[in-house]
Design a protein around this ligand. Sequence first.
Ligand SMILES: Nc1ncnc2c1ncn2[C@@H]1O[C@H](COP(=O)(O)OP(=O)(O)O)[C@@H](O)[C@H]1O
Ligand SMILES: O=C(O)[C@@H](O)C(=O)COP(=O)(O)O
Length: 425
Amino acid sequence: MKLSLGCIADDYTGASDLANTLTRQGLRTVQTIGVPSDDLALPEVDAVVVSLKSRSIEAGVAVERSRAAEKWLRGRGAGHVLFKICSTFDSTDAGNIGPVMDALRADSGDAIVLVTPAFPETGRTVYQGNLFVGPVPLNESPLKDHPLNPMHDSNLVRVLARQSRTQVGLVDLATLSRGAEAVRGRLAELVGKGIGAAIIDAVFDRDLETIGNVALDHRLSVGASGIGLGLARALVASGKVKAASAGAVSGAPVGGPAACLAGSCSQATLAQIANAEKTMAVLHLDPEQIVAGPAEARRALAWASDRITDGPILIASSSTPDQVAALQSRHGRDAAGHAIEQAMADIAEGLVRTGVRRLVVAGGETSGAVVDRLRIPGFLVGEEIAAGVPVLRSVGADNGEMLLALKSGNFGGTEFFSDALKLMR
Ligand SMILES: Nc1ncnc2c1ncn2[C@@H]1O[C@H](COP(=O)(O)OP(=O)(O)O)[C@@H](O)[C@H]1O
Ligand SMILES: O=C(O)[C@@H](O)C(=O)COP(=O)(O)O
């Protein structure tokens, strides 16, 4: 297998979002959980997205895992590696976008790396280096209340500079709109000033095409699914990849009981949970009880076993920003988050033990904890449920074939849970 594109994603929902985008652009793509072991049978593909759970861990560990993934991808022929970050630039001043970017840039030998989280299909645009989420700047969006990495600055040149050892410059929309050569000229100017990373504006998909074209001159880029779209289109346009016509895989129905788990506290997920109450049984976990011990997860499993044969169920830990802040002030941010993620993993494991093979999970960290516990080594990409969220079909798992949907907290319409289950047969 010789890869045309290697990708390292800093969380599992982000990886499935990117794998979805690449697939829709005609690249045969597989998502692996961590660096795959040699005995994992992978189909012949153009792109591999290695999913890490490295967004909110200690920066040194994130660097080490990302470099191991890069080494594996380069060893399979990947000339270009995309480090996939969140379209809302989820990170703190301690990292992990800057430290991982610095390390991968050093490995790649690139003088400068292009960085953009723009993903216009989901309303993420970048102008003058400022990230907008729909109509508002990042720092006024619901991301200001994220439980793990609240975002308080929309100026990404500043945000990245605080995390990185290199200086950070800007390629603005006016330059970009003059085409690929103008971007190349601006990058040369930045390199001349000793600048090693450039935030690049992008508002429309056509901007991402220009960016993808220029990014292929380099060995590394950093961004969300939008730059993935640009790279994929550039690979196809240059003839380096022959677009696969069928796109997403389909397969035999999996059937059996279905369940949804929500650990995301985003505004979008809270609205989706409220909506799901109309169509399925919903259990709201008590976060304080989760932190207290394993009894709350056992209560959830007992509740589920009474209902699961009657139709899909949803179990949610999600709370409003005030409630999240109150829990964190009592127990600490990381301890509260970790306890809830592990309870969700316990619940997922219990559900699978009772026969659930179709599982929807809302939340990136939550999805990471669940997929790790289920020891699923990889996924093929199926139909698209909502922008950035495909149906995933497991490969190589001990529990037999499963269908999963790993939803980024912010993605999907209000009917997301029932939309997902309709496509997960
Ligand atoms: N009620 C709650 N109070 C505090 N933290 C919570 C609560 N419910 C979930 N969490 C934690 O919040 C974090 C949500 O992150 P994540 O799953 O990545 O969602 P998103 O995709 O919205 O970022 C997880 O660490 C999760 O365990
Ligand atoms: O780029 C995005 O917005 C998503 O792919 C993503 O990374 C989502 O992260 P979570 O919100 O933590 O699921």
